[in-house]
Design a protein around this ligand. Structure first.
Ligand code: SF4
Ligand code: SF4
Length: 197
């Protein structure tokens, strides 16, 4: 086992990448799922510099690409980064090699769920479920409803209460959920394609 260096970014110290069990098929698998070509990445870090959440990540997006290239499957699937990523596509739109990093994060989340990998962020799946519940019922994300249902699910009523109150005071949270007109077109997306008429 050998360390190949300390990963650093945004001033924070990050875990060193250790080469242990390499999965030589991992990169090809992620490429197939995401449609991205990982070999085009030349580690310019533009994706990391533009990511609004990089400070909360254990690996910046460019290092996640490197983990995949090195075949470090478990490390990539169990990192915090893939769950902190909010799929805003800033990185994908700024990458000079047109690599869709957001799609890569999606592919990693999918593989992590399929393989039962350890989910690094506590309660993140509950949050995702509540976002999907809102979209299925209203065709859009009703933030207040998502927050209340999420808090009831994880029983953490007072965590981030100050943030919620500030958002309410600034009228960033709609009290009442409103439905989009063509809701049936949204709910159709939740039906498996083989059952759609
Ligand atoms: S911006 Fe693109 S080329 Fe640069 S490090 Fe990120 S993925 Fe690689
Ligand atoms: S899609 Fe994810 S990794 Fe890319 S900039 Fe947005 S939060 Fe960061």
């Amino acid at each position: 086992m050998s360390a190949i260096g300390k990963v650093s970014g945004s001033g924070a110290s990050r875990p060193a990448i250790i080469i242990n069990e390499q999965d030589r098929h991992f990169a090809a698998e992620v490429e197939r799922l995401s449609g991205a070509n990982l070999s085009w990445c030349y580690q310019c870090r533009t994706c990391a510099n533009g990511c609004p959440f990089v400070r909360a990540m254990d690996y910046p997006p460019n290092s996640v690409i490197r983990l995949i290239q090195l075949g470090l499957r478990q490390r990539a699937l169990e990192c915090h980064t893939i769950w902190i990523c909010v799929a805003c596509h800033t990185c994908s739109s700024q990458c000079p090699m047109v690599i869709d990093i957001a799609a890569i994060m999606d592919a990693l989340r999918r593989l992590a769920l399929e393989e039962g990998a350890m989910i690094a962020e506590a309660n993140i799946l509950d949050f995702h479920r509540e976002v999907l519940h809102s979209i299925k019922n209203y065709g859009r994300a009703h933030k207040l409803g998502i927050m209340l249902r999420y808090k009831a699910r994880v029983r953490q009523w007072f965590a981030d209460l100050d943030v919620g109150l500030r958002m309410l005071a600034k009228r960033k949270l709609d009290l009442k959920a409103s439905r989009v007109n063509a809701l049936s077109e949204i709910t159709r997306l939740f039906i498996p394609h083989w059952k759609r008429k």
